[in-house]
Structures are given as structure tokens and as C-alpha cells.
Ligand binder design. Structure first.
Ligand SMILES: [Zn+2]
Length: 343
């Protein structure tokens, strides 16, 4: 399969994560923040051509693999949703989304025990995305799925996905079978993404101890935001994001619990008995957190945006819909619009 790079404007926007993406979110932030039904119309009026950096797809090959593995829920306990290109386009048209950056949601390919099967499925979902992007370059972009925890295979998939399929970056979960992203075993992955100045879209998944701490409830309620904060903290304390500063990382759901604990992370970073901690202390913590990009998926309310403003600038706030999430998270909290139900 030979694919040409498509939609250089979208690629350039993601490459720098500056004007287009940032303005799409920032231009609408005030209206999104108000979050009532009337502002659906306001978003329509702002005509900012939203780029949705948090939108999921389930190609038939992936849905079949889940089914063959006997999975009736995605990671965390929500039922496997239906997805089609038509559903995605209808959702986008309804909400003034010009382009959706597609990613496979948790558990990505991690539910497969065999590493070869993970490699094959990752390749297949990436090829599916590439063909869709090739056909509709103005409407879709995609983040590549990696066959983690196999780091060598993931490096090979990065090469194929970015150089041959021309996808726009990679999606990586907050932990990979209990390995958090500051773990030195993942350093080769970060080194390669840094070398390429690639975009890494972070996506939450369940912590390995979900049975103990999940209280029998779906993980996205509490554990997804916690795991997001946990892995970013791990990256900061391990110094990973300082060593590899050219990766453009998008953190989901307004950082999850990160904003709530950011001052604690900064304060504790100077304690001498903590062996692995950021060399630059609290200032380094603040600088790294400010350098990240944050999507607003399921978090477009006043309080989330206010918290983000304390972490970073509005130019680092992205729009995200979490399309095909369960239960349907309206684009704006408090909105009566729940028309994206996957039922
Ligand atoms: Zn999601």
C-alpha cells in the first residue's frame, strides 16, 4: 500500500500544535466554559473549524478482535460501542468539528496476550486509519496504535505508521500492563518520539490494581483521571519529559486529577529523601506541566478550564469530544444534548 502525505495544513498544525489547534479550542473556550444548551449555537457561530484531538474509532477488524477475545466491555467496564465512518461524520457535522484525530481507545491491543497478535492488530487498525485519512484528508487524522509493551516492535510500528502511513502521531495509554510511562524500559520509545518531534496523545486506562481500588464501578469515573495524574507525575519525577522535550504530549480530560494535585507534586519534588525527583525541583515541575497540551474531553466546564489556566496557557488547551465514550459525554457539560448515544 502506497500512501502520500495528506492535508499538510493539518499535519503542520499538529506538528507545531500552535495556531490551528490551539485557536480552535481557545477561541471557543469562553463559550464552552459557560456550558449550557444555548452555547451549542454559540460554538456554531464561532466558526473556528474545531479540530477534535480526542475522538475514537473502532474499525471492524478491531471490533471483531474484541469479540473473539470474548470482551463485551472496553477497558474500565463500559460496553463496546458501535462505530462507523458515517456516525463519526454525522457527529462532527452536528458539532462543527472540521477534523477528528482518531485513536483506538483503551485497551488498544493490550487485551491480546500474544505479542505477534498485538503487532498484527496494531498494524491493521493503523492501515484502516491511514486509508480513511487518505480518502477524507480534511475530515480525519489519526494517532497510531502501538503493540506495547513490546518496545522494539513499537519502534518499528512508529516508523511504519509515521513514514509509510503518514499518520499524525501515536496514542499511548497511561500505563502498559502496570508499567507507568516514567519507567526506564520505555526510554527508547520516548527517545524515538523526541527525535521525530512527534505528537503523543495520552489516553487513560485502568490501573493494575483496579479490582482493589475501583469499588466495583467503571474505571472512567475515578480511576482514569487518577491514572492520568499518576503517569504524568511519574514522567515528571523520572525526568523523562525534561530529557525528551521535543515530544508534543496531549494529556486527556483536562489533565484528569493532575491540576488538583499539581501544587503537591511541585512541593514534594524538593524533598531530599525522594531519590528520583526532578533536578530542577518545583520550577521544573511547573515548567513541564505548562509545556503539555490538554484536551477538554468531558471536561469543558468552568472549573476545568480555570484549573487548566493555572497550569498552562490557553494556547495549550485543545478541543476533545471523546466521541463514542460511554455514557455519551455531551460536548458541553449541562448540555441536554445526548444525541451521540451509542445504544
Ligand atoms: Zn477517550
Amino acid at each position: 500500500m502506497t500512501l502520500k502525505p495528506t492535508n499538510p495544513s493539518r499535519r503542520a498544525a499538529l506538528g507545531t500544535l500552535t495556531s490551528t489547534l490551539a485557536l480552535a479550542a481557545a477561541g471557543c473556550a469562553t463559550e464552552l466554559a459557560s456550558g449550557d444548551e444555548r452555547n451549542l449555537a454559540a460554538v456554531g457561530r464561532c466558526n473556528c473549524g474545531l479540530i477534535d484531538v480526542h475522538s475514537h474509532y473502532l474499525p471492524p477488524v478491531y471490533a471483531r478482535a474484541l469479540q473473539e477475545a470474548g470482551l463485551v466491555t472496553l477497558d474500565g467496564g463500559f460496553p463496546v460501542p458501535r462505530w462507523s465512518e458515517e456516525m463519526a461524520l454525522s457527529h462532527m457535522d452536528r458539532h462543527n468539528i472540521e477534523t477528528s484525530m482518531l485513536s483506538v481507545s483503551s485497551p488498544t491491543v493490550g487485551f491480546l496476550k500474544d505479542s505477534r497478535a498485538r503487532r498484527l492488530l496494531a498494524r491493521e487498525v493503523n492501515v484502516f486509519a491511514a486509508e480513511l485519512v487518505q480518502r477524507k484528508p480534511n475530515r480525519f487524522g489519526a494517532f497510531a496504535t502501538l503493540p506495547l509493551p513490546d518496545v522494539q516492535a513499537s519502534l518499528e510500528e512508529i516508523g511504519h505508521a509515521l513514514d509509510v502511513l503518514h499518520l499524525d502521531g501515536v496514542v499511548v495509554e497511561t500505563n502498559i500492563h502496570g508499567i507507568y510511562l516514567g519507567d526506564a524500559r520505555l526510554d527508547p520509545l520516548f527517545a524515538e518520539l523526541n527525535r521525530r518531534r512527534a505528537t503523543l496523545f495520552l489516553h487513560p486506562t485502568s490501573p493494575p490494581c483496579l479490582e482493589a481500588v475501583g469499588l466495583g464501578r467503571p474505571a472512567p469515573i475515578l480511576e482514569f483521571p487518577m491514572d492520568t495524574a499518576r503517569t504524568v507525575t511519574d514522567l515528571v519525577f523520572a525526568g523523562t519529559l525534561t530529557r525528551y522535550p521535543d515530544i508534543r504530549m496531549i494529556v486527556p480530560h483536562a489533565g484528569g486529577a493532575l491540576a488538583a494535585v499539581a501544587e503537591r507534586i511541585a512541593g514534594f519534588s524538593t524533598l531530599p529523601f525522594i531519590k528520583q525527583r526532578p533536578a530542577g525541583g518545583a520550577e521544573e515541575v511547573k515548567r513541564v506541566l505548562a509545556s503539555l497540551y490538554y484536551d477538554l474531553a468531558g471536561s469543558a466546564g468552568d472549573s476545568a478550564i480555570e484549573r487548566l489556566r493555572r497550569l498552562t496557557s490557553l494556547s495549550h488547551v485543545m478541543f476533545g469530544s471523546d466521541f463514542r465514550s460511554h455514557p455519551p459525554l455531551a460536548l458541553m457539560p449541562m448540555s441536554k444534548d445526548s444525541g451521540d448515544s451509542a445504544a
